[in-house]
Design a protein around this ligand. Structure first.
Ligand SMILES: [Zn+2]
Ligand SMILES: [Zn+2]
Length: 159
């Protein structure tokens, strides 16, 4: 007995592929906005599951191959550089939280943070409300040294 295969004309297949592609493109743009470019996907897209398609990351100016379905699943879209950024940003966020807790408790009555926190070892600018001076310190230095974060505050406390 022969299994009856559903026959789809090549024209029908093309239509299926096209509607799958359009649906996927819509989902990809909903998920990732304008971050990636899909110029070459049109020629190679078959289904969500295979084969991998070539996508270009606009931010990192690099191309990568990814299974279409995974491009929707991953926050990084499958771009290794985006993935690195996301992981890196998560660890900065944790460090920022830790430092801001310390800062609020020990320094916020005199100082105001005047630049963007980029990590424990990246200098931050602090504005002293008493002396109206800005000085730059690494967050890790302030935590570990009990520093005043302002040289004038430090010297007036010695007096
Ligand atoms: Zn990227
Ligand atoms: Zn001061």
């Amino acid at each position: 007995m022969q299994c009856q295969k559903r026959r789809v004309s090549s024209e029908g297949l093309k239509k299926l592929r096209k509607s799958g592609l359009n649906l996927w493109l819509k989902k990809a743009r909903d998920r990732h906005g304008n971050k990636y470019s899909y110029d070459t996907v049109e020629q190679t897209f078959e289904t969500q599951k295979r084969p991998s398609v070539k996508i270009t990351c606009k931010k990192h100016k690099r191309s990568f191959f990814v299974i279409p379905h995974n491009h929707l699943r991953f926050k990084s879209g499958g771009c290794e550089a985006c993935d690195y950024d996301i992981t890196h940003q998560n660890s900065i966020n944790r460090e920022r939280e830790k430092f801001f807790t310390f800062f609020t408790k020990h320094l916020a009555d005199r100082l105001v943070i005047r630049s963007e926190f980029k990590g424990m070892t990246k200098p931050l600018n602090f504005y002293c409300k008493i002396h109206q001076e800005i000085s730059s310190h690494k967050p890790t230095f302030l935590i570990n040294s009990n520093n005043f974060g302002c040289n004038l505050c430090a010297s007036s406390s010695v007096l």
